[in-house]
Design a protein around this ligand. Structure first.
Ligand code: ADP
Ligand code: MG
Length: 325
């Protein structure tokens, strides 16, 4: 019995995970040994990060396995983008309730698609039986000493957000209360934001050149910016009206849109700080690359997060983002 179970596990790995790679950057050997062997190029630092997606906590187990796989990789790529690291390798630890071949086929296609999109190699993992859960560990590379951390913000730095936020949280809300009168167009846009976040690896070079700190917005802008403030030992003031809010959040949240965008997570845009002397160059590069980033406020010496409304009234806020416990 044990032997048959082990065989199934190996067959499964061979069938669905051994041949999904499209690139082989610096992989000396990958899947098949007790460990993978990878080469960190001369002059580069290695960054490592893990994210777990638990069925019916981070995604509905009923979602398309292709999308679940994509999302599992994309949220990890986002952590590399936030550190200004180029994604290189992943490992995949998957716990499955059953051996469902059509689910695995679709999942494996999603993995393969995300690997080629982000030029990643799958170099190993673990396969076990139990409640559905997916852990991806990602490894990225950055020139020595050039990773961007949460702790580098200083008073006077400008705070930027890389794109519209709030749409993924709006999708989660619709998932929870299931309204039937949402135009299909809107729900497609919102669920695309939730299922297929677009990690901002296109900003890696700009961050390396210009940013003093960065984080990806996974738990909500206020909570994630607050991580930067705590790590850097500073405070901030942001202008509510400058926060780039997704138009559909305005549509469905109306007067709550700003609060909603501040506390809603899952967008995987970046929040970063730019010292004043770097701002002009960063913005010129953005214009050159036809990208838009949004200045939402500035770092201050005084601890805490303050928000100025459209009438100039400033309020101290206590960030509320997602927390598991
Ligand atoms: P071990 O018993 O040494 O832990 P396993 O039998 O679990 O090794 O795995 C055999 C090989 O397959 C290893 O190289 C491992 O990294 C790889 N592997 C296992 N599960 C996965 C997976 N889900 N995705 C990619 N590689 C996997
Ligand atoms: Mg082993």
């Amino acid at each position: 019995m044990r032997l048959i179970l082990r065989m199934n596990e190996f067959d499964l790995i061979k069938a669905y995970f051994s041949n999904v790679n499209s690139s082989n950057n610096n992989v000396i050997f990958g899947i098949g040994d007790d460990a993978a062997c990878l080469r960190v190029p001369e002059g580069m630092d290695l960054l490592v990060s893990s994210d777990t997606l638990v069925g019916d906590v981070h995604f509905k187990a009923s979602w398309d396995a292709f999308d679940i796989a994509q999302r599992a990789i994309r949220v990890n790529v986002s952590d590399m983008a936030a550190m200004a690291a180029t994604p290189a390798w992943i490992t995949l630890a998957i716990t499955l309730p059953t051996l469902n071949e059509s689910w695995l086929d679709s999942f494996s296609k999603g993995i393969s698609c995300a690997l080629s999109r982000y030029n990643l190699s799958l170099v190993g993992g673990d396969t076990t039986k139990g409640p559905l859960s997916i852990t991806v560990t990602i490894h990225g590379l950055v020139p020595n000493g050039r990773s961007v951390r949460r702790s580098g913000a200083s008073p006077g730095d400008r705070i930027y957000v890389s794109g519209d936020i709030g749409a993924a949280a709006q999708a989660v809300l619709f998932l929870d209360n299931n309204p039937c009168d949402i135009p299909p167009n809107d729900s497609e846009i919102l669920f695309d934001k939730l299922l297929l976040p677009k990690p901002r690896i296109d900003l890696i070079n700009a961050l390396r050149e210009s940013a003093s700190s960065a984080i990806d917005i996974s738990d909500g802008l206020a909570a994630d910016l607050n991580h930067i403030l705590k790590a850097s030992g500073v405070g901030a003031c942001i202008d509510l009206v400058n926060i780039p809010i997704h138009p559909l959040v305005h549509k469905y949240q109306q007067e709550n849109a700003f609060d909603f965008a501040l506390s809603g997570g899952d967008d995987y845009e970046l929040c970063f700080t730019i010292p004043r002397q770097n701002e002009k160059r960063m913005l010129e590069n953005m214009v050159k690359d036809k990208k838009t980033v949004y200045c939402i406020g500035y770092i201050e010496e005084q601890y805490g997060l303050r928000i100025r409304d459209g009438f100039g009234k400033v309020d101290e806020v206590t960030p509320r983002g997602y927390s598991h416990f």
